[in-house]
Design a protein around this ligand. Structure first.
Ligand code: BDP
Length: 705
């Protein structure tokens, strides 16, 4: 009797339980497909998977979860008359193998129909895994297979997440809780979250993870930690994910007892060789090292008068016998170099183009300063034909409002990838540097600075899951469009209902521009609060490093504002091709989004709209605020399409965002207004407080530092 009562209560509670979606399942919701078409239901009825191994088990498990979610039923796994065949190309009967594409490479896949069967085939088990995820995504979106099916393979080899996670579990620039790596419990306890993390990555085709901060701690290379790293590598392996570690350049001194870390010193070279050998004993398929050197206080080859190539090559030689690579960051700049920070990486790396070993890839941030809300592409892209370069995007929103500001970053990534460098004439887009086609690179890669943490929904803001997703999709194919990425993500994460998908897509696609509007419009940059970068700080000046202040970048005075990077200023422009110099150097041709990035202009400068610069700046800030408010209305109208948890969560973050957009507008306009001496134009709301009030805001313990 009591048991029956419980059952009844449980059944009654079911709808409420179902609606409690905390977002943990990311874009792998596999929610019920309403009115499924025959092909959808039939496809997952009887599945044949050729062979046995851990990756195939993962595939099987995925099909179970998906079929259960879509239709409330599990597939039967059988070789008899299967509706879905999953097999390596070499395992397929010849009549099917002959239909499979010959262009799959190592990780690609082909999904096609033949008679009444659907076939997923590939040359490797990871290709099968990627193909399975793709098929399930298409099912959730109710996209029937076309005649030719889907043939897809990654355009970039190394698709790596960079975790800026410290050994104490804090995450540098992390806003979603603590590091998901529980070092204390490793290696004995493998948390389910590690597997779910690997699964989510595999569903996007991400095939590498650098698990430690670029501001590295040498301890990670000691046996105590290598044993833990090994446990993670073992957990990730069946998902096709390789593990990388960050190498602190001074490790030979700190943990090796040597007196120097000079890359030309024989004992140092040998130390790294031995260390690499040791690491490969723990992790036979270790991916290699990620290195930040000679930057922001990190040790590096400069300490010994050596070049970045000499430093990188020493590590490259150490991992070479085991097939490892070195991802050497180009984020090298110094407060002691008198040049515009914009120019320093280029000046350092271009002269040593071609001097790196063939297993080194230089990792370049998307822009020359530092993950600003908007930057022109880094001038190194296109400028190093003899050295493979990989892209580094920041997924975590250090300079984009942290956890609560909705900014869908695919349009920002896409803008950079599709920009033409003109290096080999028109059509030399950055994406062609990244996919290797422009210079025939032997190595290709893309890194994304991860935004995941221990928050239940992984990323703080539910919509920031979309940035992890977008990064993965663009790493797989840098030519993918943001619009498609947004639409797919919405459908997989929430619903396929048009009344929801369309407005949310619009909101997402505009969200990055909205943030730029209320933070740093028209090429303004680096005016965030000092150090934690949370909120406005255009007044930040002085301190140890000019290149970490706002005044260095905006140069505001009674005469106007902006960074003159033309011939009359730092001439950073000369690092771009003549086509771009002409365009970006000319006030009539430069896109207004880059105006104050390259030019210092008077407040009365005439803009294309007919407004003067000051008015235009102010109107952009107001526009951003209006857009943030508008988003709240849009979201509220969509309540009936979303589960309560995610609806409320997103709504409260949107409210914070709209409030903080006002904070940005008021603080920045009051500050620059002191110099322009001009009134706010019509349509811009007066500030709520005075400048002093904003300058005195002091947020305690902002996460991420
Ligand atoms: C800057 C961050 C700093 C990182 C650095 C980097 O403020 O925390 O260590 O980039 O990329 O944006 O190395």
């Amino acid at each position: 009797m009591i048991r029956e009562l419980f059952t009844t209560i449980a059944i009654l509670l079911l709808p409420i339980m179902l609606s409690a979606n905390d977002g943990y399942k990311l874009w792998l919701q596999y929610y019920p497909i309403e009115n499924p078409q025959a092909w959808q239901q039939d496809m997952l009825k009887k599945v044949s998977i050729a062979g046995e191994n851990e990756t195939l088990d993962i595939i099987k498990n995925e099909l179970n979860i998906a079929a259960e979610g879509f239709f409330g039923q599990n597939p039967s796994f059988s070789k008899e008359n299967p509706s879905l065949v999953i097999a390596l190309k070499e395992q397929l009967p010849s009549y099917l193998a002959s239909k499979a594409s010959s262009k799959l490479g190592e990780e690609g896949f082909h999904i096609f129909s033949s008679d009444n069967q659907t076939v997923i085939t590939a040359n490797s088990q990871f290709g099968l895994l990627y193909g399975t995820f793709r098929l399930l995504q298409e099912m959730q979106k109710s996209n029937p297979l076309s005649e030719t099916g889907i043939v897809d393979s990654p355009k970039v080899q190394h698709r790596v997440l960079n975790h800026w996670d410290n050994l104490d579990r804090t995450v540098e620039r992390g806003y979603s809780g603590f590091s998901i790596w529980n070092w204390h419990r490793l290696p004995r306890h493998i948390d389910q979250q590690y597997l779910d993390y690997a699964r989510a990555n595999a569903s996007l085709g991400i095939n590498g993870t650098a698990i430690t901060n670029v501001n590295a701690n040498a301890l990670i290379l000691t046996p105590y930690y290598l044993e833990k790293a090994q446990a993670l590598a073992d957990a990730f392996r069946p998902y096709g994910i390789k593990l990388y570690l960050t190498a602190r350049f001074s490790s030979p001194i700190e943990i090796g007892g040597l007196e120097t870390a000079d890359p030309q010193n024989e004992a140092v070279k040998q130390w790294w060789k031995d260390k690499a050998k040791e690491i490969y004993e723990y992790i036979p398929d270790f991916g290699g090292f990620l290195v930040k050197a000679d930057s922001e206080g990190q040790p590096g080859p400069h300490n010994y008068g050596r070049t970045q190539a000499e430093g990188a090559n020493m590590l490259a030689d150490a991992v070479k016998p085991f097939g490892g690579i070195v991802m050497w960051r180009a984020f090298v700049y110094s407060e002691n170099t008198p040049d515009d920070r914009h120019k320093q990486a280029y000046n350092e790396f271009v002269p040593i183009d071609g001097e790196f070993r063939e297993n080194v890839i230089v990792q370049v941030k998307n822009g020359a300063i530092d993950f600003q809300p908007r930057e022109p592409f880094h001038p190194l892209f296109g400028a190093m034909p003899n050295t493979p370069l990989m892209m580094e995007f920041q997924i975590t929103q250090e300079y984009l409002g942290h956890d609560t500001h909705l900014a869908f970053l695919a349009p920002m990534y896409e803008e950079v990838l599709k920009e033409d460098t003109y290096i080999n004439g028109e059509g030399s887009e950055v994406a062609k540097v990244i996919d290797g086609s422009l210079h025939n690179y032997s190595l290709t890669g893309m890194a994304g600075v991860a935004n995941v943490g221990t928050d239940r929904n992984w990323t703080g803001h539910h919509f920031h899951q979309a940035n992890w997703y977008a990064y993965g999709k663009l790493a797989w194919n840098p030519w993918e469009s943001s619009e498609k990425i947004a639409e797919d993500w919405i459908k997989l994460t929430f619903t396929t209902e048009r009344e929801f998908v369309e407005p949310v897509k619009k909101l997402m696609l505009n969200s990055h521009e909205m943030v730029v509007n209320y933070m740093t419009p028209l090429g303004i940059h680096h005016i965030m609060a000092r150090s934690h970068h949370y909120g406005p700080g255009p007044w930040v000046t002085g301190g140890g490093r000019a290149d970490w202040t706002s005044t260095y970048y905006h140069n505001a005075s009674e005469k106007g504002m902006g960074f003159d990077r033309t011939l009359s200023g730092s001439n950073a422009l000369e690092q771009y091709t003549p086509e771009l110099q002409e365009k970006w150097g000319d006030l009539d041709l430069v896109p207004e989004k880059f105006l104050l990035w390259f030019h210092h202009l008077p407040w009365e400068h005439q803009m294309k709209s007919g407004n003067i610069l000051w008015d235009e700046i102010a109107l952009h800030y107001q526009k951003g605020v209006n857009e943030a408010r508008e988003n709240i209305k849009t979201w509220k109208n969509l309540e009936k399409h979303v589960d309560k948890y995610r609806f409320e969560h997103v709504l409260s973050f949107m409210e914070i965002q709209a409030e903080e957009a006002e904070w940005w507008r008021d603080a920045v306009l009051l500050y620059f207004g002191q110099y322009s001496g001009l009134p706010l134009p019509e349509g811009v709301e007066p500030p709520k407080h005075n400048l002093e009030y904003y300058m005195n805001i002091d947020h305690k313990f902002v996460p991420g530092i």
